[in-house]
Design a binder for this molecule. Structure first.
Ligand code: SF4
Length: 271
């Protein structure tokens, strides 16, 4: 597992709990690689691909056949069990654990470890939400998230339709925390959420991460009106908001859902 130390790393793995304490953050990749092939068109017309793919192609040791492959690493399964101190662990920072290509028994094995290591809080993020309800109910220490559809090949209206389909699946998920990663905020998503609220009365997630677009060298901020509209609708719906460090905004937000995880520490576990 990789420690996500400030000021670098994935900041939202360092969960601030309801009692004000902050968990150390880690990433854990018992599966690796991804076949979604996400790309985004940047506001300057350039195309950028997924950051995980860029990293995998730079540090090829763990990805000898490239990033767009599936890697199963059962030798990494017990890593959370050996970590004694409660942590926030993002599962699959270099993968989509719930991708259509991942065998069900591998997903069940990973979920089994998350269930067993119940002193940690696990965060998962998928771009294939159709599969998520199949694994209901999730262990209570697992937060289940969905990312905004990626957009080079999509129009904003196509992405809005896809987002609606994602929300319908997220509504079926039985998890202590459901969340949306809205990163990059590349189209105006607030109207989609507003329409959903009008029809359903409640958004099907409790936490939202918002970020800007980046190609690794340059950051492109979303239109201010998109961010402002999104914050209005999320605040109105009672959704906690976490800003990625690349977002520029006046009033900084790093909220977490008010969940206090159990502090059980197994006596037999090694650090
Ligand atoms: S789903 Fe995530 S890991 Fe997979 S290609 Fe898209 S951004 Fe990359």
């Amino acid at each position: 597992m990789n420690r996500q130390k400030p000021p670098k790393g994935i900041e939202w793995t360092r969960i601030r709990q309801a009692d004000g304490t902050e968990l150390p953050g880690y990433t854990w990749n018992p599966t690796g690689g991804c076949l979604h092939g996400c790309t985004w068109r940047m506001p300057d017309g350039s195309i950028t691909e997924c950051y995980a793919k860029t990293i995998a192609e730079r540090f090829t040791r763990g990805y000898p056949h490239g990033f767009e492959q599936h890697y199963w690493r059962p030798h990494l399964l017990d890593a959370p069990l050996r970590l004694k101190k409660p942590a926030g662990i993002f599962v699959g920072s270099m993968a989509d654990l719930f991708g259509h290509w991942v065998p069900e028994e591998q997903i069940q094995a990973v979920l089994g470890v998350m269930h067993e290591a119940d002193w940690h809080t696990f965060q998962t993020l998928s771009k294939f939400p159709i599969r998520l309800p199949q694994f209901n109910p999730y262990p209570r220490n697992v937060w289940v998230g969905v990312s905004l559809p990626a957009g080079q090949l999509m129009s904003a209206s196509g992405a809005a339709r896809a987002l609606n389909a994602y929300l319908r699946k997220l509504r079926e998920v039985q998890a202590a925390v459901r969340f949306m990663s809205i990163e990059p905020l590349w189209f105006d998503v607030a109207p989609v959420f507003e329409a959903w609220l009008r029809d359903e009365g409640k958004l099907p997630f409790e936490w939202a991460i918002i970020g800007a677009a980046s190609d690794g060298r340059k950051t492109f901020q979303p239109e201010r009106a998109w961010t402002a509209g999104l914050l209005d609708v999320l605040d109105g719906a009672g959704v906690e908001v976490f800003f990625k460090g690349n977002l520029e905004w006046d009033e900084w937000r790093e909220e977490f859902p008010p969940v206090l995880m159990p502090k059980r520490i197994p006596a037999a576990a090694a650090v």
